[in-house]
Design a protein around this ligand. Sequence first.
Ligand SMILES: Nc1ncnc2c1ncn2[C@@H]1O[C@H](COP(=O)(O)OP(=O)(O)OP(=O)(O)O)[C@@H](O)[C@H]1O
Ligand SMILES: Nc1nc2c(ncn2[C@@H]2O[C@H](COP(=O)(O)O)[C@@H](O)[C@H]2O)c(=O)[nH]1
Length: 403
Amino acid sequence: MGEAPAFFAHDLKEGFLNGFGLKSKGCETATVICNKTYLVDGGCDGLLLSFQVQIFDHFKGTPIKPVVLGTIPNSCKGHSAIALNEDCILFIKGGSPLDDAFWFLEVDTPYVQEQRKSLGCEVVAWSKGVRGTVEKPIVVSGPSGVGKGTLISMLMKEFPSLFGFSVSHTTRSPRNMEKDGLHYHFTERSVMEKDIKEGKFLEFASVHGNLYGTSVEAVEVVADAGKRCILDIDVQGARSVRASSLDAIFIFICPPSMAELEKRLRARGTETEEQILKRLRNAEAEIKEGESSGIFDHFLFNDNLEECYLSLKKLLGIDGSVNTCTESISEDLDLPPIVHSVSRIDNKIIISYRTSDLNNESQKMIVLDLSSIKGGAPGRTRGLEAYAIDSVTNGSTMINQIS
Ligand SMILES: Nc1ncnc2c1ncn2[C@@H]1O[C@H](COP(=O)(O)OP(=O)(O)OP(=O)(O)O)[C@@H](O)[C@H]1O
Ligand SMILES: Nc1nc2c(ncn2[C@@H]2O[C@H](COP(=O)(O)O)[C@@H](O)[C@H]2O)c(=O)[nH]1
């Protein structure tokens, strides 16, 4: 049956003695998982809460400020928290729109364990809950000049509401028509290296002499727009994403021949002779690795562009026969208000609250079904289902039945 909810932030306006030697102004949630208590926020002055995280290790007896990865939720006036599966805490932001109401703080998931090892300190990672059935991200790789960008542009042009491009960071200079923030985030090497050290990148690689990388934020922005994310990255990057917790499909685009690849690179006219030769040398190794590494789920030959594009659409189920990404999310639910309580039954989270008008006081509930969730940090937790249970007038019978 259900688990005890954590403190409710809104109930603690006067502050409380949290027993951890931490100065509390109130407004925290304190969630215990194994031998640790996760205190979230505490920065409340009766105004907005800013979702800062502190960990209290029961054995060590000292508070720890962890490295916090992922986008931190925006402030709100009250939240509740409930532990899930000993590795994650679900936060419900009161009074926030439904597309910003549900957040997961991963505290011991495989991704967090890996980051903890590589950064050598305590790590937690935020991941926003996204409702509905957005499909897995798509990783597209292949040698330079094979036509990845061309195929992705065609897809985005034909299906602007289904797909979103993950805008990478790079240290290479912009080409004539390239716009910062649209084609790439053009950046200084030192800045990018610092961000990499701070865990802001899902993957990165040195490609043709420059640094390229996908920030966690680049993937999150697309998921937040309710779109399926497309990553155009090299084989090293694809290998890193394969090893990460981003559950994606991996497509490798092959050229019809090396001669044709060279022709396309030269015809594009964006690289110097020296760079073209370097890209062609790297292409041979990339193709070998792409074909033999076991990273890729699908291989497409880009000989005739239209035929290759049709094959890509078929593969993605958008060639006219099936449309996998169109399920709309009903927005007819009330927002969870600031004052609410939360409990859990198996994979269902029950958020209950009271509403009243002139004649009636009623108990309402939103049920959050976690049974189909996918993904998680880095990125977003997709596949949340939320629905309302009708109100019960003048009493709390419904709540008692459930909890
Ligand atoms: N099937 C095709 N037949 C002929 N030309 C093509 C075909 N596909 C793409 N091209 C052309 O080849 C050139 C390289 O394509 P594109 O820039 O899309 O490659 P890319 O794989 O994204 O390269 P990079 O990895 O360097 O960004 C472009 O000028 C494009 O118009
Ligand atoms: N590992 C990553 N590789 C990336 C990323 N963004 C782009 N790329 C790859 O770099 C080459 C060259 O791109 P270009 O725009 O300079 O021609 C190409 O193979 C891209 O797929 C990234 O974020 N990570």
